[in-house]
Design a protein around this ligand. Structure first.
Ligand SMILES: NC(=O)C1=CN([C@@H]2O[C@H](COP(=O)(O)OP(=O)(O)OC[C@H]3O[C@@H](n4cnc5c(N)ncnc54)[C@H](OP(=O)(O)O)[C@@H]3O)[C@@H](O)[C@H]2O)C=CC1
Ligand SMILES: Nc1nc(=O)c2c([nH]1)NC[C@@H]1CN(c3ccc(C(=O)N[C@@H](CCC(=O)O)C(=O)O)cc3)C=[N+]21
Ligand SMILES: [Mg+2]
Length: 292
């Protein structure tokens, strides 16, 4: 039988607006009670298209909630040492509570030592060994990477209980796939991670109740890969040029093919992206609160 079901869109934008309002109220309260204004420093080296989308929206939202935003737009030619020196300076600056280095960095830079130079208490992206270790151990007092945290919050809104569900995470980066899998495991899901060398990703996808895709390959996941009734979280941000010569964003899932098969899916744009930003603001607020 080939009956089609109604696929619901998960409104990340609306979720993010609610969360951002809550953060704004807490920023105002923190200011009143302690005089502290949370400050977030963002470092972007060169020009990665997905990072540019992120930086644009982030700067707007940071100001909207009453935080300070310190943008460091550095040329493609920046050296490893220059970047390390900047991070040292931000680590020592009491007005900066959170530091975020946009990934990927240009190829001539070695990103891991740069990330690890960030003080764990300012690591609002949750990428240092300290915070990644906290997540793995199930501690709840470290910083959780913003995108997987946002995906989890959306899933918790849509599904009352994640326990026992089969979850497939496609993509295994330190920024997204790995922490996502860990979060889902901590919630009681049976988790599988697929990556570039996985041989049967399609077959694994067909068994997944929850499908989370973060690969940077536009429209990788086809409708035929999706189990009927699955919940899909599409993390991909890919810029394409349409036949009418317009630039638009598409995800890592062939969105239209999943309609009638998935029970719920996050659109791109308007899905995970805005929630990532709210989670970043939330983490920056937490960093400032711990400092007071
Ligand atoms: N909406 C949002 O808020 C955010 C969106 N993004 C977007 O999500 C995507 C992924 O980001 P990120 O995790 O940082 O990217 P990375 O490039 O760091 O990681 C991609 C991962 O996907 C794997 N992969 C690549 N191609 C395939 C494939 N065909 N099949 C299975 N696995 C594959 C890679 O495997 P291997 O390493 O083995 O090559 C790697 O593990 C990007 O489009 C990015 O722009 C990212 C963060 C936030
Ligand atoms: N250290 C690090 N941490 C990251 O979290 C990180 C990163 N590097 N590098 C780049 C990716 C990408 N990313 C996005 C976040 C929000 C939107 C976003 O706001 N998206 C809107 C776009 C709306 C629009 O402008 O069209 C949406 O999807 O609706 C996009 C992309 C975070 N990333
Ligand atoms: Mg990356």
């Amino acid at each position: 039988m080939n009956t089609s079901i109604e696929t619901q869109l998960i409104d990340g934008k609306a979720f993010a607006e609610k969360m951002t309002k809550e953060v704004a109220a807490q920023v105002a309260e923190l200011q009143q009670t302690t005089g502290v204004t949370p400050g977030l420093a963002v470092i972007l080296v060169g020009n990665d298209p997905a990072s540019e989308v992120y930086v644009r929206n982030k700067t707007k939202q940071t100001h909207k909630v009453g935080m300070r935003s310190f943008m460091h737009l550095l040329p493609e030619t920046t050296t490893q040492q220059e970047l390390l020196t900047l991070i040292q300076r931000l680590n020592n600056d009491p007005d900066i509570h959170g530091i975020l280095v946009q990934l990927p960095l240009p190829k001539h830079l070695d990103s891991d030592p740069i990330i690890q130079a960030i003080l764990p208490e300012k690591d609002v992206d949750g990428l240092t060994a300290y915070n990644a270790g906290k997540l793995t151990l199930g501690h709840t007092d470290g910083f959780i990477p913003c995108t997987p945290l946002g995906c989890l919050l959306l899933l918790q809104q849509e599904l009352s209980n994640l326990r026992g569900l089969n979850a497939l995470v496609i993509g295994a980066s330190n920024l997204m796939g790995k922490p996502m899998a860990q979060l889902l495991l901590n919630q009681g899901c049976t988790v599988t991670i697929a990556h570039i060398d996985t041989r049967n990703t399609e077959e694994l996808a067909r068994q997944a109740d929850i499908l989370i895709v973060a690969t940077g390959c536009k429209e990788l996941v086809k409708g035929s890969w999706v189990k009927k009734g699955a919940v899909i979280i599409d993390v991909g941000i890919n810029r394409i040029t349409t036949e009418e010569n317009k630039v638009k964003l598409v995800g890592d899932v062939a969105f239209h093919e999943t309609l009638g098969i998935a029970s719920k899916i996050t659109p791109v744009p308007g899905g995970v992206g805005p929630v990532t930003i709210s989670c970043l603001l939330y983490n920056a607020l937490s960093a400032a609160k711990k400092k007071k």
